[in-house]
Design a protein around this ligand. Structure first.
Ligand code: CA
Ligand code: CA
Ligand code: CA
Length: 956
């Protein structure tokens, strides 16, 4: 994820050794002194300021308490202290590939000059992201006040990493802007994108983060001037005038510094960097997934794409041949040899990260942190002279606020007296739920303001909000208002039934209710009804407790316009696909006011779903589209990835000036190869005979075919579910299972553990809990349409006990699913070397006759690794080429190549039960040359040895 990518798992010997030498090891979750000092969560109150938000990206807080925030789709809004929200302006933004409305910051003198800085992706200015200054009047922005401060050239063809963090130092007016490397991270196996091949510049971060002459992948420091230009403060990384450098650069080598905070005392920015996705370290490629956080106290090179974390080096890697080279010289300064580099060749030494962690918790280093989605925030500086009932106490002085977006956990990092080093990491308000913290700032009142992105992959999450966290000190908590309505849009006159249900006083006193309907009328009922004339209104509920303290909540009403309704007619929610498939999409839109909807105004946005978030990918205009799903070799099978499609339509508004309303619909597509450990829910049936912990437990698996972990500790009645899952186009199931016992039956039920039986898969003992086999069942006429699948384990017939039955690694859905036929070959299999764990592939996706095949890291269903066994004993690739013994050779060392299919015996192969693949003509075995296991090892024919490991293959 970048921020999304945002856009996030394995052991790492290399990291452990280096890290121990370079950074302090923080072993305890909470330092003893700090733990005693921090007040309990009960001394704080989270107050929801605003809930009716779509894609809230970033905010800043004015001294008068107004919150200015920017939505990724271009709205700039103002949330006022009275609970109402105003659209200040809508910017016309490009929104594919993580672009859009990106960040916002108020000028230090905002109270007098009303200047606001916005970083966004303009839709009409070419391929740039733009930093502009606007002038606010009242609560609105006239776009004619725009002063373009800085344009950052970007590429928009490929995902991802537009950033950006934006903070302004109130003491000196310096503006800090952190920018992502604007490079596709999905085709480098989760390691560093260093693709130097012609035409692959957007897959080469040497073009940006490693390029001293590019603004991307950097932290910039500039000083905005009154006339809308900027100057360069002294002391940036490169002196102005230095050839092949940009003077705006403060630090280079930043991958995706999605969020940045500032220490108001020192002026140092705090930068968090998202990292690449490799599940494991590789001696030939580089370290495992690593994210980092740093206090930027001096200019320099953060290392990317050559080094990451505590200066762990990547290897030079040839994306054409798959050959690895030497590791980069982090401490001495990496060399950028890319043809895409327009800057210096020899780079400054890389600075090791101060705090770094992996997707999974590492007991040896920063054990508090896991998740892989770091969000930097500000340092709190206590002001004893500030008169505020909400200000946070001195206990938090010198603590940087930090959030883990994936785990929805917040932390504080205590800084030392210099503000440069972390002395302890402590959970922040661990009992308070922060639903994917997206941005956070301290207001002038000393309270923490937080954007919660909410749960979901696209926009318009119903649980997104903007909140304020108050310190109560010795005071009591204010009452909490909750306002809902039975409808929020419709034709005028519009009668709305409001409800104050859910409002409460933590002190227990009886609340008084006061509704201001926004049209000059009011009510003191808890649940009033009200009829609106055409127009736009904000209804505000204020609740007051016996002590006179108040809480507010609001609902926006549009009378005279009805929200459009969108429905996917295809694909079904939960349909299955292979990476690289094309998927046909059709959306119907109805809107009472607009009548026939112009499909040209409908957009389908594709997201790469990953755990709980989505990377925005391509956009398709129209009600129908043929979506090209994107190969995702950067994610491994250890990642919970899938596809999300979101359709949206903004209507034309209605009578009486009723505002336009955006309607949305979403479907999720599941990969056909779905890992069992990524279940939705688990439990045990009421009649289950099992006695261990109810449901399945995720356990590490050692399956030579991969697949990460497994669903394990399965006894009779244990079930797990996948939601959504649609069996359209599915003709069978392949269950990858093991059993050190006598097996059992895996039943597949629809919509409930005792719902309609879809299939029943007998699973036998396999001789061990890590001896894996495929158990396949055909489906005849499975139920179509979206639903939930339940996988229920049952004792073998005749047994009634509580034995462990089997483990399941994955479920593979056989058939075209929702993918269009032929993209890729539907029955293709990977040929995986047992010794190497790598796949037989055609190098560089070549289709040339005579290309010798080789070993390479297995990608996610990449076409050049897909081999289809035919009834004529061929193994075809690309649908029309065959695996071939070169020159009809029958001698040891004969090259195995691809060639047009001829039907001749040098293209016929026998896949044997003992794991070998033999040539029908030669009788020789398919062999990884010289027992090689590295990427690029050539495939030849050789005499079949006795259980020679380099002649053992699995088709999967
Ligand atoms: Ca409408
Ligand atoms: Ca169990
Ligand atoms: Ca698995």
């Amino acid at each position: 994820m970048s921020g999304f990518s945002a856009l996030r798992r394995g052991a790492l010997a290399v990291a452990g050794v280096l890290a121990a030498a370079l950074v302090p090891v923080l072993t305890a979750p909470v330092g003893p002194a700090a733990a005693a000092a921090l007040p309990p969560d009960s001394k704080f109150q989270k107050v929801t300021l605003h809930t009716e938000t779509g894609n809230p990206m970033a905010m800043d807080v004015a001294a008068d308490g107004r919150v200015f925030y920017i939505d990724r789709l271009g709205d700039v809004k103002v949330v006022k202290p009275n609970g109402t929200a105003v659209l200040a302006t809508h910017l016309n933004v490009f929104t594919a590939n993580e672009s859009g409305g990106l960040n916002i910051a108020l000028d230090p003198a905002f109270a007098t000059n009303q200047w606001v800085y916005v970083y966004y992706s303009p839709n009409n200015a070419g391929n740039v992201d733009r930093l502009s200054r606007f002038t606010v009047a009242g609560d609105t922005i006239d776009q004619s006040t725009e002063k373009v401060v800085l344009d950052v050239p970007v590429q928009r063809a490929e995902c991802c990493h537009h950033g950006a963090g934006l903070v302004i130092d109130k003491k000196n007016g310096n503006l800090w802007l952190s920018l992502g490397d604007n490079t596709n991270p999905f085709a480098s196996d989760g390691y560093s994108p260093l693709d130097q091949r012609s035409g692959r510049a957007y897959w080469d971060s040497e073009r940006t983060a490693g390029n001293t002459n590019s603004l991307s992948g950097k932290v910039l420091r500039i000083h905005p001037e009154t006339n809308g230009t900027y100057t360069i403060p002294s002391g940036n990384l490169f002196a102005p005038g230095t050839a092949n450098t940009r003077p705006e650069i403060y630090t280079m080598g930043e991958r995706n510094p999605f969020r940045m905070g500032l220490d108001p005392k020192t002026g140092y920015p705090l930068v968090a960097n998202y990292g690449p996705d490799a599940p494991n370290a590789s001696s030939t490629r580089g370290p495992q997934n690593t994210v980092e956080w740093d206090v930027v106290s001096k200019p320099g090179n953060a290392g990317w794409p050559f080094c990451v974390g505590p200066n762990l080096a990547y290897n030079r890697y040839d994306f054409g041949t798959g050959a690895s080279g030497a590791q980069f010289d982090c401490a001495g300064g990496p060399t950028n040899s890319s043809p895409n580099n327009t800057g210096l060749t020899k780079l400054p030494p890389a600075i090791p990260a101060q705090v770094y962690y992996h997707y999974q918790a590492d007991p040896a280093h920063f054990p508090q942190l896991s998740g892989g989605a770091p969000m930097a925030g500000p340092v709190y500086r206590f002001d004893p002279n500030l008169a505020s009932a909400r200000k946070w106490p001195a206990d938090f002085d010198g603590r940087a606020v930090f959030a883990e977006w994936n785990t929805s956990a917040m932390y504080t990092f205590q800084l030392d007296g210099n503000g440069t080093n972390v002395t302890s990491i402590d959970p922040l308000l661990p009992s308070v739920k922060f639903n994917r913290p997206m941005d956070f700032k301290f207001g002038a009142d000393g309270a923490l303001y937080v954007i919660e992105w909410g749960t979901g992959y696209g926009g318009g999450n119903s649980d997104a909000s903007i909140d304020r966290v108050d310190y109560l000190g010795g005071g009591s908590a204010a009452p909490v208002a909750k306002a809902t309505a039975d409808r929020t849009s419709g034709p005028a006159p519009l009668t709305v039934n409001f409800s104050g249900a859910g409002s409460a006083d933590p002190g227990g006193s009886t609340l008084r209710y006061s509704w201001n309907f926004g049209d000059g009328t009011t009510s003191t009922a808890a649940n009033p009804g009200h009829t609106y004339a055409a127009g736009n209104y904000t209804a505000v509920l204020t609740v007051t407790n016996s002590a006179g303290a108040t809480g507010t909540a609001s609902v926006t009403i549009t009378a005279g316009n009805t929200a459009p309704t969108l429905t996917f007619t295809t694909p079904p929610n939960g349909g299955v696909f292979d990476w690289g498939d094309k998927v046909n999409v059709a959306v119907t839109v109805t809107d009472p006011e607009d009548g026939t909807v112009d499909c040209g105004q409908v957009t389908v946005q594709a997201y790469l779903g990953h755990d709980e978030h989505g990377h925005p990918l391509d956009q398709y205009p129209g009600c129908t589209a043929s979506i090209q799903t994107t190969l995702s070799s950067g994610h491994s099978e250890n990642d919970n990835i899938f596809y999300v499609l979101e359709a949206s339509y903004t209507d034309k508004g209605g009578a009486g000036g009723a505002s336009p309303i955006t309607g949305r619909a979403q479907v999720i597509l599941q990969p056909k190869h779905k890992q069992a450990e990524f279940y939705t829910a688990t439990g045990r049936t009421a009649d289950g005979k099992g006695t261990d912990t109810a449901g399945v437990t995720v356990e590490a698996a050692t399956d030579p075919m991969g697949g990460g972990s497994s669903a394990a500790f399965i006894q009779d009645g244990d079930w797990w579910s996948v939601d959504p899952l649609a069996l359209n186009g599915v003709t069978g199931l392949e269950v990858r299972a093991s059993s050190g016992g006598s097996g059992g039956t895996l039943e597949v039920h629809r919509n409930a553990p005792d719902g309609a039986l879809v299939a029943s898969v007998p699973i036998t003992g396999t001789g061990g809990w890590q001896n894996w086999q495929d158990f396949t069942v055909s489906l005849t006429n499975p139920p179509a349409g979206s639903g939930t699948l339940y996988f229920v384990a049952r004792n073998p017939a005749g047994q009634t006990g509580a034995a462990y039955l089997f483990n399941v690694n994955w479920i593979h859905y056989i058939g075209a699913g929702v993918g269009l036929p032929g993209t890729p070959p539907p029955s293709g299999k990977q040929i995986v070397g047992t010794q190497s764990g790598r796949c037989v592939e055609v190098p560089n996706s070549s289709t040339a006759n005579g290309t010798q095949v080789q070993l390479r890291d297995c990608g996610s269903q990449t076409a050049n690794q897909q081999w289809t066994p035919t009834s004529g004993k061929q193994l075809t690739v690309y649908g029309n080429k065959c695996l071939d013994a070169s020159g009809k050779g029958t001698a040891n060392g004969t090259q195995v190549i691809i060639w047009d299919c001829t039907g001749q015996p040098n293209q016929q192969w026998t896949v044997n039960a003992n794991g070998t693949i033999t040539g029908v003509q030669s009788g020789l075995c398919v062999d990884a040359n010289a027992q090689g296991t590295a990427n690029g090892t050539k495939i030849i024919l050789w005499s079949c040895g006795t259980q020679a490991a380099n002649q053992q293959w699995s088709l999967r």
